[in-house]
Unconditional design. Structure first.
Lengths: 329, 265
């Protein structure tokens, strides 16, 4: 049986429908990501699970208990916010201890638990500091510690990394994943960043316009997008309509297709005739814009050496792996 | 910029600041000196120094009563505004953010009507009927509340906008705090600065208020400024001592407020 089950969840603000008939199941200890563009309803869904936003109808079953009528204080859910939401008038130690103070945990036990959880996020030496004396990454680790100290049944992370710079973001996401696995904590993570979602998650729910478009592990989502939106949102798929696809592949194709740019290889001889329009260097990958039979394609090639670089206008053959051609609705 | 130019500019800036200070302090210094002199009329310098005016002033029961009245009315009005405005601001910003625009217009009203005009209106309203309180300190407390409202509202609003109220409340709720507890433990301590600043600002302002006090209550419940006005025909040395005492009191209060309000970090 699933640990968290959402059934027929519906939410609208006035006449604006945010999402309707959301159904999903999450297993205990699973790390699930809600991925989607801004305004797709992912943050609202998270807030509904937290209880901070009331739902119109539907059920949220956590360990068999319906959470909808339960106040957010009593749900046993921890939450981390994009803005950190640390209490500026309290030290790190007091911030982290706040949840225990609300639960009236004895002082000695509280001190011990705060110490443990601060060690977990490697912030013990900052216990007496105030939030304004910490960097963004440190603040978010305090926020994480604060939500972990009450031993929640479910951890919700609302774009926790979005306000941080790239290097800290990478480091912190690894730390989050490590802690989550160490504690075996069921976690729902909201992000609009596909890379974050692919790296972190056991399972990804891809959302668009209040619907869960596709769910599955990173592998499935990346290699088998169900529709044009999924293909467009994850990776840098080449999306071709039926007519262009037939022309490119030289055989009749009945529907729209998606081809990953790294599934196309350059060949010295043979293959589909093409010429290079431009290229851009992404670091370890060179992304070429090529034209073949009147169709423009993106091709990603591993950047092995400068000598391999193809220049603008150069003629080239393309090999497309047959199993990488993915029909999308 | 070279060193010489820099010091020349520095000198100019210092000169300006000191001149300004001097101009501002001059009348106070004159008053102070006058309040400390035995007699100062036909000579360039006072003929002798004395503390007798201060002794006389602080020994006058009428002055002490007026001082106490002023304190009571100011503290009363500020307590009333703190008790009413804090929950009001919390509700406006947390539940009805759209009302902020309306509130901004409403709180400007006490400024829009000159005190002389509004006091005539207040006299008419509260001289008879069920709420006849002209001549009692109650009407002044109510009236001062409206005068303090804009200061309090603006200062605390700025403070509220500097903290991320909705997220802080959400975080506190998720950690098990009720809305009351969250407001008291998380929001209120973060408004301390704005609240203190506006309280002391309003206090110094109200403590020196004369028009409303004189017109609405007058001698029936004499406040400090009304007492000063009534004493205008007594010795100038005596009233100078009164002005200096009043000034020192506000000065010490402001200094104490600043000191208390320093950041811990």
């Amino acid at each position: 049986m699933s640990f968290l089950a959402i059934q027929g969840l519906h939410k609208s603000f006035g006449s604006t429908q945010i999402f309707s008939d959301i159904n999903c199941e999450i297993a205990q200890g699973e790390f699930v990501t809600l991925l989607g563009p801004s305004g797709c309803g992912k943050s609202t869904l998270l807030r509904c699970i937290a209880g901070l936003t009331p739902v119109n109808s539907g059920q949220i079953l956590l360990d068999g208990e319906d959470l909808v009528p339960v106040a957010p204080q009593k749900r046993g859910i921890g939450m981390v916010f994009q803005s950190y939401a640390l209490f500026p008038n309290m030290t790190v130690q007091q911030n982290v201890a706040f949840g225990l103070r609300m639960q009236k945990v004895a002082a000695e036990e509280s001190r011990q638990r705060v110490k443990e959880v601060l060690a977990l996020v490697e912030l013990n030496e900052f216990a007496e500091r105030y939030p304004q004396q910490l960097s963004g990454g440190q603040c978010q680790r305090v926020a994480l510690a604060r939500s972990l100290v009450t031993r929640p049944r479910l951890l919700l992370l609302d774009e926790p990394l979005s306000a941080l710079d790239a290097r800290i973001r990478k480091h912190l996401r690894e730390q989050i994943r490590q802690i989550q696995q160490e504690l075996g904590l069921t976690t729902i993570f909201v992000t609009h960043d596909q890379e974050e979602a692919l790296v972190l998650s056991d399972r990804i729910f891809l959302m668009n316009a209040g619907q869960i478009v596709q769910s599955g592990d990173a592998e499935t989502l990346y290699t088998a997008p169900v529709d044009a939106f999924a293909a467009g949102f994850i990776g840098n798929y080449n999306l071709l309509d039926a007519e262009a696809a037939s022309r490119l592949l030289g055989r009749p194709i009945g529907s729209r297709i998606a081809i990953r740019p790294e599934a196309i290889a350059f060949a010295e001889l043979g293959g589909i005739e093409a010429h290079i329009r431009s290229h851009s260097l992404l670091g370890n990958v060179i992304r070429y814009r090529v034209e073949a039979r009147g169709v423009e394609l993106l091709v990603d090639v591993l950047n092995r050496s400068a000598a391999d670089l193809h220049t603008k206008g150069q003629r080239i053959g393309l090999n497309i792996e047959a199993n990488a051609i993915c029909e999308v609705a | 910029m070279s060193r010489a130019e820099l010091s020349a500019a520095g000198l100019y800036h210092r000169l300006m600041v000191y001149t300004l200070f001097f101009i501002l302090l001059l009348p106070l210094l004159g008053t102070l000196l006058y309040s400390l002199s035995t007699d100062w009329s036909a000579t360039i310098l006072p003929s002798g120094m004395t503390f007798k005016w201060y002794v006389e002033l602080w020994g006058d029961p009428r002055f002490l009563a007026a001082f106490g009245h002023s304190l009571l009315i100011c503290v009363g009005a500020l307590l009333l505004s703190a008790v009413l405005i804090l929950p009001l601001l919390f509700v406006v910003h947390y539940h009805f953010p759209r009302l902020d625009g309306l509130m901004n217009i409403l709180i400007l009203l006490p400024f829009a009507v000159p005190p002389v005009v509004s006091s005539v209106g207040l006299l008419q309203l509260y001289s008879s009927g069920p709420l006849a309180m002209t001549g009692t300190p109650w009407i002044l407390i109510g009236c001062y509340f409206t005068v303090a409202l804009p200061f309090m509202y603006r200062a605390i609003t700025n403070n509220l906008q500097a903290i991320n109220l909705p997220d802080l409340m959400d975080a506190a709720h998720m950690l098990g705090a009720s809305t009351w507890k969250a407001a008291f433990l998380v929001v209120l301590p973060n408004l301390r600065k704005g609240l203190m600043v506006s309280l002391f600002l309003s206090f110094s302002f109200l403590f020196g208020e004369f028009v409303f006090a004189n017109l609405l209550v007058g001698t029936r419940y004499e406040t400090l400024q009304v007492y000063l006005n009534n004493m205008r025909n007594s010795s100038g040395h005596f009233t100078s001592a009164l002005v200096i005492s009043y000034f020192l009191f506000v000065l010490i209060l402001t200094w104490a407020a600043n000191h208390l309000n320093k950041d811990k970090s």
